[in-house]
Design a protein around this ligand. Sequence first.
Ligand code: UDX
Length: 440
Amino acid sequence: MNVAVIGCGYVGLSSGAVLASMGHSVVCADKDRAVVESLRSGRVHIPEPGLQDLVASGTASGGLRFTTSAREAVGNAAVVLVCTGTPSGPGGHADLSQVYSAYEEICAVREERAPGLVVATKSTIPPGTTLRLRTAFAGKGLSICSNPEFLREGSAVRDCIRPDRIVIGSDDPAATQALTSLYSAFRSPVFVVSPTEAELIKYASNAFLALKVSFINEMAELCEALGADVTRIAAGAGADPRIGGSFLEAGIGFGGPCLPKDLAALIAAGGDCGVDMAILRQALARNTRQRERSLERVRAALGGFSGRKVAVWGVTFKEGSGDTRQSPSLDFAQRIARLGGEVICYDPALTPECNGGPQLETAGMAVCDDKYEAVAGADALLVLTGWDEFRWADWPRVRGLMRGGLVFDGRNVLPVDLLRHIGFEYMGIGCGVAASQGGV
Ligand code: UDX
């Protein structure tokens, strides 16, 4: 099938490359000339495992092409997938300007073609948006549907190849048929629902994940008060398949380009209909509180940040990703710098020259490309993203390099017993005094 993808970000590029690998003929369009030129020359701007290879093989076979021209992409397409960004706008509402502008471009090309072009939005759009797009672009011969994407950063290719589910928000049988055949090679359950239901499934999924994280973070605070270890609570409660053990890792809070924004957008969408999304508001509030109280714990342990040298390991929003957008770790580090701390950051996905590196230096922090160099002379080490290599660091060496002995484990990933044994003052999330003495 001839497929056009509008937008070459995480969703567009991963979906386009995977669909091409399944035998479809895919043309991906992006307005950013530099991105398109780089993709044409085989350089992928998104550091996702497997994506570079998939793009290279798609480009080599001719099944995957890149263009800056929506006309070229849409010209021969049977299905168009809109994958543009939907950043947070005023009042938490999603900013849909990129989505609308993609539809305008499609319509401009569309006028030269036969009616019935299937256009599905993969971007996360608030409930009711597809119906509003249909009104806005009525009479243009488009069959507009919703087809949300659930991929995670760090496993985007794997999630696109083996999605947990495919959601098709369509009430037009011909469009449903076209989208079903687009995904016929996938062995995932397919849910055909109304466009608004499809939009809600996406928001409900992200909101529920955020709720789980905020729930366990609240439990973590209680564990600290009661002398219990939250990781044991998560393991025990999560063993019930009705609850499930994933997304029960306590930490400094959730972040990234999706969860916080989608939660805010769903709260705003509820408000527009007169529905108070009280549980979601609390989840967002807990997320802010989690970060603030964690920062306060570190501040109190150090007796203030002024004049203190603080090493930070991990500034991306989660391990396995090079993305620092809405990163709780980055915000944490920036706040310490603002409170007078000397902050030296290390992250395996970051260098002083690229990703968030320059941004960090502008915010008054130093960036090291060696984790041991980062801790030299530090009063405290804060591990804020759960990269595997932190757990397996040479801890005696770290101890020898640091001036002070405080380690704050903001993701509960470090070998607690070893750290205590070699003389660190260990501070995790949700491990109370009794737990820290092995007494739960
Ligand atoms: C999320 C959804 O998982 C995905 O389905 C959707 O398509 C896009 O948004 P992503 O943004 O890649 O994916 O991140 P995710 O893996 O969900 O993690 C979000 C945040 O929650 C991260 O900051 C992570 O560190 C945090 N988190 C996650 C926790 O604090 N504890 C957990 O147990 C799980």
